[in-house]
Design a protein around this ligand. Structure first.
Ligand code: UDP
Length: 252
């Protein structure tokens, strides 16, 4: 008898299903794209396949340098096996260059390099438009403890250093990115690990020479060639070889 697997959660770009063993989940990457708190929506054919591959690549590399994360293995074109975590309701944004909300909120010119990377926290709450919060809010409302915040900050810096080098090596500037963290329990003790995804949906990636945007801003700002740009990121990272030809065909 075939039993239907259990859908545990459906978000804007991903679905989580029950995994094959306790403590595991299956993360499915959809083609759906949303922006401005889901006011703008579209389906971008092939996006899920590319993001699954890019996130696999980045998370595996991070695992390889000791940045523990939820990724276990890719299962197929759109799915990966991950560790189940208790998601901490924060979006952790790290910035190297002024862009997006930093530019608009503080009236700074987009493209200005920052003298040092800036880490910001946003409370994950769609109804409130993910407001920016400080460490004091995070501890006051028990979203994370002070030692957990320290771990998150240190890990985010490491991820930033590693990813800046990785992308720089293929002619891409890592302008900013968003990551999420979750708790895993070992007996009575919990540990915070990196979770979610790292892809052109959650990073700003600019061609280092031309400044061309190779990320979700192409969708947010109706610039066109969204999938082609995501595929270009994958191609530069050397992970297009086993990608379906329909997506490779989108490259110019
Ligand atoms: N970001 C994200 N999800 C969000 C908000 C931001 O992945 O819900 C990423 C975004 O792609 C960018 C970085 O976090 O790489 C910083 O985003 P910003 O605060 O500038 O907000 P935005 O311009 O996306 O509103």
């Amino acid at each position: 008898m075939n039993t239907k697997r259990k859908k545990l959660y459906e978000g804007k770009a991903k679905i989580l299903y029950e995994g094959p063993e306790p403590g595991t989940l299956i993360q499915y990457f959809k083609d759906d794209a949303t922006a401005f708190n889901a006011q703008k929506k579209a389906t971008l054919e092939g996006k899920g396949v590319i993001n699954n591959r890019i996130s696999e690549f980045v998370m595996s590399r991070l695992n390889g340098i000791g940045v523990t994360n939820h990724f276990i293995k890719r299962l197929n074109l759109r799915e990966q096996l991950i560790r189940e975590v208790e998601i901490i309701p924060l979006e952790v944004v790290c910035r190297n260059v002024v862009a997006g909300s930093l530019a608009t909120r503080l009236g700074q010119a987009e493209g200005t390099p920052l003298p040092r990377s800036i880490i910001e926290f946003y409370y994950k709450k769609d109804e409130l438009n993910d407001p920016m919060v400080t460490e004091e809010h995070i501890t006051a409302f028990n979203w994370a403890t002070t030692p957990e915040i320290d771990d998150i900050l240190a890990t985010t810096q490491r991820v930033n250093d590693y990813l800046c080098g990785l992308f720089n090596g293929v002619g891409i500037t890592l302008v900013d990115f968003k990551i999420e963290f979750g708790r895993v329990w070992e007996g009575d003790f919990s540990r915070v690990i990196l979770a979610d995804e790292i892809s052109p949906d959650s990073c700003r990636l600019w061609d280092s020479t031309t400044g061309e945007k190779l990320d979700k801003d192409r969708f947010r700002r109706d610039m066109g060639n969204v999938i082609e740009s995501y595929a270009e990121v994958a191609r530069r990272l050397g992970i297009m070889k086993d990608m379906p030809t329909v997506i490779q065909g989108g490259l110019h």
